[in-house]
Design a protein around this ligand. Structure first.
Ligand code: MG
Length: 421
């Protein structure tokens, strides 16, 4: 294929003739969660790359950003100029650093790393300097509407070999984050009887962890996600209440609007804090890592703009003693999960990796999808990410508007006021 023209050539010669020939965003929802993956094709027959651009709450906007805005900047470029292409994509919007744009850029960035790996014939983690560990230890999520249900699930995860488990228990009404709500309503007189109650949360959460230590013993690491629902002072109260149960980390205690309070919260907290799945820029993440308010940085890599910015955050974290815990639930594509793992196995700052057990239909759509074994994730040793995309299979799972909207709209307090979902 002859090289397509570009209006935006790099002002330096490129070593090889290969050029980017096309950029497409593919959306598929094999688990009902819209996943966006960018496919970058090249003038070398059969050489292409895949990158995760999943912003499941606003996926249509990401598709437009990739195809209507970024493709024209990228097609015709030499795919090895990753840093320059990513900088061009970012700086050319003038205003920058939002989740739509960064996910779109991540799709291209990760696809270019995939291409770089395939051209070198090596997995991406080798391009990042190679392994510093064999595998990433992961945690999975145990949740139920009651303490007993939650701990039943935690025991099943222990039996599957997990050494780290995140525990969430439901509350009355619409419940708490990450767990099935219970049917009972604690206060039927409230303006929003199904609303979330901080009083109930402060009673239930230490009780959950007391029961967990009793039943699971001390030989397991326990985690908990507050999902941004507390004020800075409430965060300290909860952290102190949880001290006897030796949490591995307490996650997202306050909303991003209050991150400036994190150094004080951390100084007063007897348990390590993990923060940052809502970072929407490398600048946000760098402020958290360097600001003294976090023990684990927990960004969603595609929300930072891809592997290129995320590896800088990992490097900064290494220098100041912060650990990484990249966000990776079901709204990360298997390509994004492979990018997380490339960072995990190549970064000395690695702390823990959130895991997701993909349904079998995801493995059909994305051949090569990684599987957690006894809690461990081992990287593919195939060139690039080692993950493919079967477009015919992907087409069997069309995306609709995210179920997230319906969930987020109902997370309110007893007085009816909206809360951080
Ligand atoms: Mg979280």
């Amino acid at each position: 294929m002859s090289a397509p023209e570009t209006e935006f050539p790099a002002p330096w010669p490129s070593g090889e003739d290969v050029r980017i020939s096309g950029v497409r965003a593919i959306v598929t929802a094999p688990e009902g969660i819209p996943l966006v993956v960018v496919k970058v094709t090249t003038t070398d027959d059969g050489l292409y790359g895949l990158g995760c651009a999943t912003f499941t709450q606003r996926w249509k906007a990401v598709v437009s950003y990739v195809e209507d805005h970024l493709a024209r900047l990228v097609v015709g470029r030499y795919p090895g100029d990753i840093e320059d292409i990513v900088r061009l994509a970012k700086l050319s919007s003038y205003w920058r650093e939002g989740p739509v744009g960064n996910n779109a850029i991540s799709g291209i960035d990760q696809a270019l790393w995939d291409i770089a790996g395939k051209r070198a014939g090596r997995p991406v983690h080798e391009l990042l300097g190679g392994k510093v560990r064999a595998a990433a230890d992961t945690y999975l999520h145990a949740a139920g509407s009651t303490v007993e249900e939650t701990l039943d699930q935690a025991e099943r995860l222990r039996e599957a070999g997990l050494r780290h488990i995140r525990l969430q228990v439901g509350q009355s009404g619409r419940g708490t984050y990450g767990a099935t709500p219970t049917a009972d309503i604690t206060d039927p007189t409230a303006p929003y009887p199904g609303g979330w109650s901080v009083t109930e949360y402060f009673r239930n959460t230490p009780a959950l962890f007391a029961a967990a230590r009793e039943r699971l013993g001390d030989d397991v690491e326990l985690l908990h996600d507050v999902h941004s629902r507390l004020s800075p002072k409430q965060a300290v109260v909860l952290a102190r209440a949880l001290e006897p149960y030796r949490l591995f980390f307490l996650e997202d205690v306050v909303a991003p609007e209050h991150w400036s309070a994190l150094p004080d919260v951390r100084a007063a907290s007897p348990v390590p804090l993990a923060v940052g799945e809502l970072t929407t820029s490398v600048t946000d993440a760098a402020r958290l890592v360097l600001g003294g308010g976090v023990d684990y940085i927990r960004s969603h890599v595609s929300d930072l703009g891809g592997l290129t910015p995320a590896r800088k955050i990992a490097a900064a974290a290494e220098l100041v003693g912060v650990r990484t815990a990249w966000h990776a639930p079901g709204d990360t594509s298997p390509v994004g999960a492979a990018a997380n793992l490339a960072l995990d196995v190549s970064s000395p700052a690695f702390g823990i990796q959130e895991g997701h057990v993909y349904a079998e239909q995801v493995h059909d759509v994305f051949p090569g999808t990684l599987r957690i074994e006894h809690g461990w994730l081992r990287p593919n040793e195939a060139p690039g990410w080692g993950i493919d995309l079967d477009e015919e299979q992907a087409g069997r799972y069309p995306a609709d508007h995210s179920r997230h909207d319906a969930w987020a709209a109902h997370v309110r307090g007893l007085d009816g006021g909206l809360l951080a979902p």
